[in-house]
Design a protein around this ligand. Sequence first.
Ligand SMILES: [Zn+2]
Length: 308
Amino acid sequence: MMSRANHLFTLLFPTLACLALSAGMASAADVKPAAAPAQAAMPPAPPPPPPAAAAPAAEPAPKKAAPAKRAAKPKAVPMPHWSYHGSDGPDNWGKLHASYGLCDSGKQQSPIDIRGSIGVDLPELRFNYAPSRFSVANNGHTLEVTYPAGGSLTFATKTYQLVQFHFHRPAEEKIEGKSFEMVAHLVHRDAQGALAVVAVLMTVGAENPFIQALWNHIPLAAGQAMASAADVSIDLNRFMPKERQLYNYMGSLTTPPCSEGVQWFVFKEPVEVSPEQLRTFARLFPNNARPIQPTHDRLIKESRGRVR
Ligand SMILES: [Zn+2]
C-alpha cells in the first residue's frame, strides 16, 4: 500500500512525487488510498480502524509547506508501474503487485455504469470551498491539481477535506450506458481516512474558464508541476454544475491499488468544456480511463426531485 509519507508528499509536492513516480513508484493518478483503513472505515459507524490509518489523519495539511526533502524518503517503497495499456494496463493491474489485488478481486470496484438506482431524498451535499491559487501536476497518469486553500464537503453527518482533483478522458463512469467526454474527480478525505470522491462529468460545449485557468498551467513535461502566480486563483464553486442532483454509491479508487470503501457522488448534470479544451487534454492523455467494473448488485441512490 502506498506509504503515507509518500502520499503526503505527493500532495504537497506533486513535482517531486512525480519524479518519484517516474522512478517507478506507485503513483497516484487517482485518489491515493487513505491506506486500507478507508475501506474498513466506511461501512457502518464512524470510529475507524487505525492500523496504518493513524497517520493519514495527520495528512489534511496540504497547505503546510513541509520540507520536501524529508518527504522524499518513501522512495524506498517501490510499487510497480501501471498504465492504461498493454501488459501493465487495467486487465493486469491486479497481478502487478500483491497490494493491487483488489483491482481483480474487489466486489465494489469503480468505475461503474450507473443503473438501477433507487430514488430517495438524499441529504444535500454541501461544499465549503474558497478561491485559491493552485498547482497543476502531470503525474504521468493525469493532470492533478492541488488547491492550497483546501475546502471541505459535508454529507449528512460527515465532513471530508479536499485533497486534490484530477481528470480522466473519457469519463470513467457512465450513466445508463451513456458516456461523457471527460470527468473531474474531486478527492476528499475525512479525519479517519475515509475517502469521498465527487465526480463532475464534462461534455462538449462552451469554453470553461475554470478549466482554461488550469490548462494555462499545464506543465511542459510529465513529472513536473506548475504553480499559479500568487495573484492567479480559481474557485472550485464555479466549476460545479448548477443542478446538484446526484448518484451516491460505494466504490473504489479507479487506479491501483483500487482500494474500496470510497463513497462516490456523481452529479447527473455535466459541465461544459470546449472542443479545444478537450483536445488539449487528449494531447497529453488520449485515454486514461479504467474500463467499467461489475456492479455486483451494489445499491445506488439517486436524488429524487430537485436539489437546488
Ligand atoms: Zn479519478
